[in-house]
Design a protein around this ligand. Sequence first.
Ligand code: BES
Ligand code: MN
Ligand code: ZN
Length: 497
Amino acid sequence: MTLQFSLVAASTSPETVDTPCLVVGVYENGLLTSAAARLDGASEGAVKRQLESGDINGKAGSVAVLYAPGGIAARRVLVVGLGAQKSFDAARYQKVHLEAARALGRLPVDTAVSYLADLEVPGRDAAWRVRIAALAADYAAYRYTATFKPREKSAQPELKSIAFVAADEARHGLDQAAAIAQGVRFARELANLPPNICNPSYIAAQAQAFAEAHEGVNCRVLDHEEMGRLGFGSLLAVGRGSANKPRLIALEYNGGNAGDKPYAFVGKGITFDSGGISLKPGAGMEEMKYDMGGAAGVLGAFIAAVKMELKLNLVCVVPSAENMPDGDSYRPSDVLTSLSGLTIEVLNTDAEGRLILCDALTWTAQTYQPQAIVDAATLTGACVVALGKHASGLMSKHDDLAAELLAAGEDTLDRAWRLPLWDDYQVQLESGFADVANIGGKSAGAITAGCFLSRFTEGQRWAHLDIAGTAWDEGRKGLATGRPVALLAQWLMDRAG
Ligand code: BES
Ligand code: MN
Ligand code: ZN
């Protein structure tokens, strides 16, 4: 369940709002927002007194609580620092909403009213402000609980709803946020689940359950026998070492005209990547449960599109397998025949993502003749080296498609950065034994992975998102981020007009 979102009329005076917690902002150097100034006036200077005492400092993301200030109807006021006003921008706006929601999560309140969606952000409208605010609040409110022993129900209430003070014209931004938040939650929960639960058949069951519950959504699942008959030689090789057999999962949504070509997503669904015979080192291997982050991301974006009832046709294809070492595993030097007919020399079984994606890309193009294909994959460590945790790597030979996706990333702050797919890199994939090798050597690892995929998408309007750095927060308590659900959902919203 996501947070419940609602709007409060922009004309509402903050001192009159009856709520367990009101949220207002102050800029650096004691500059009050209009809501904070009104509260200060109504409470005979309660806000300014805290500024003078240093309990509030205006630093971006800092928080302080005023309890039961006289003259104010709210039980508490959460004062959030906004940083310097002159440099207040979209990224800061998102950050203060995240920090505000994190602070609300620590307070014993089940609801709150926020004046932070009222802050002007250069170049962004009211619907954008409300959308980002609601998504940030829901992001902070998410808790992973699926595999904990049920704890004593704590007496402290949890945040269940939040209202934003904003103009009524922003309402559609709130509705969009509610849909996107469901997609983000789905993606985060699926990716956070351990791989002994979230295996290929589990993902297939989730997709099927979603289709059954939603009018106009259809689900097809191919098992390994069916894929064997069809010639998925590359995908099946990756899954052969695991007792959890591969699946190809396809969700179809027809929200557009019957004749319109669909948009297509393809998401890497490796439910655990041990590396296979080219075994990974032990340290940090547990993070490879997130190697289905691309699958989670495209499924989440699909869910968001369905919930928004976007007027377009969409397919979401997930090749899913587990990469394990075993007596029956595929091995370095094997030559595979892919669904496309191209043969592939395996030089490293840990470069498995591209091997399941290539067959899925071929099948998607053949089955649906889509107007564009975007894949998302936790594909290379090299992409994390290049771009870190902030940007997903974007690769495409289609400048218009790349521009659309970069714009959607900027809009949602789920940002991507483009890397080239020049032919100059293709020689790194040459093989003496097959049409192509599955690795490209030491340099430009993110790009050569993209180049490998490009060989299976010729004639398609295709783009690739490498989300290896962005799909989860690393470390013991890191969680899946739900990226790139927001980017992909926005891209579709922009296409649906
Ligand atoms: N799933 C990994 C990529 C990855 C690594 C994502 C670390 C996030 C963090 C992928 O299957 C992989 O193992 N890639 C190899 C490719 C190499 C063998 C050419 C890599 O990046 O090391
Ligand atoms: Mn791997
Ligand atoms: Zn992998």
